[in-house]
Design a protein. Structure first.
Length: 174
C-alpha cells in the first residue's frame, strides 16, 4: 500500500526504515510530548518495527503505521489505529523528525489518513490526543477540522516526570 499526498508519500513502516525511524523515535526533544516515546534503545525500535510489519500482513490490520517520505527522505511516521471492537472509531497519531517541523507535513499526512479511514475503512469517528502543552499537535488537529471533546487529567509522558492534561479531539462522519 502506498498513499500519495501533494508533497509526501506514505509507505508501510517496517524494518527497512530502522535507521531513520530510530533517529526520531529515540530523540528526547523530538518525543517530548509523547506518552510511549522516546524509545530507550535500538532493541525497542526493532520490536516496534517488527510488530508493524506483522500487522501489515493481516487481512484487516488493527493499525496502519506509515513511514512519511519527502522525496527519498524518511521524515516521520503517521498511523491510524482501528483496534476497537466495533471498528467504527480510529485513533490518529503522528511524529515528524524535528528537522522538518513547521512545514505542514504532519497535517498533510494526517489528512490523507483521515480520508483513508473514512473512505476505505468506513470509520464513523476519528480521534487524536495530545499533551496539553503540545501546541503544534493541537493546531494540527484543528486544521483537520477536529473539535476538542475531552480533557483528561494525569497524562504522564515517558520522557518527563511532569504530569499534564491530555486533550482529545474528534472528527465525526455521517
Amino acid at each position: 500500500m502506498r498513499i500519495n499526498t501533494e508533497r509526501l508519500v506514505l509507505k508501510p513502516l517496517g524494518m527497512d526504515h530502522f535507521l531513520t525511524a530510530h533517529k526520531y523515535l529515540a530523540d528526547a526533544e523530538n518525543t517530548l510530548y509523547m506518552k510511549y516515546l522516546p524509545h530507550e534503545d535500538e532493541a525497542e525500535t526493532i520490536r516496534f518495527l517488527t510488530a508493524c510489519e506483522a500487522e501489515w500482513q493481516k487481512v484487516r490490520p488493527a493499525y496502519y503505521e506509515f513511514a512519511v517520505f519527502l522525496g527519498e527522505t524518511h521524515i516521520g511516521g503517521v498511523a491510524l489505529y482501528n483496534d476497537t471492537e466495533e471498528r467504527e472509531t480510529g485513533e490518529l497519531v503522528w511524529i515528524i523528525d524535528k528537522n522538518y517541523w513547521g512545514k505542514g507535513y504532519a497535517a498533510e499526512a494526517a489528512k490523507k489518513l483521515v480520508d483513508f479511514g473514512a473512505e476505505q475503512l468506513g470509520l464513523k469517528r476519528i480521534i487524536a490526543r495530545c499533551d496539553s502543552n503540545n501546541r503544534m499537535s493541537k493546531r494540527i488537529m484543528e486544521k483537520l477540522g477536529m473539535k476538542h471533546c475531552n480533557t483528561i487529567p494525569g497524562r504522564k509522558n515517558r520522557g518527563s516526570d511532569e504530569i499534564h492534561e491530555e486533550y482529545e479531539y474528534e472528527l465525526l462522519f455521517s
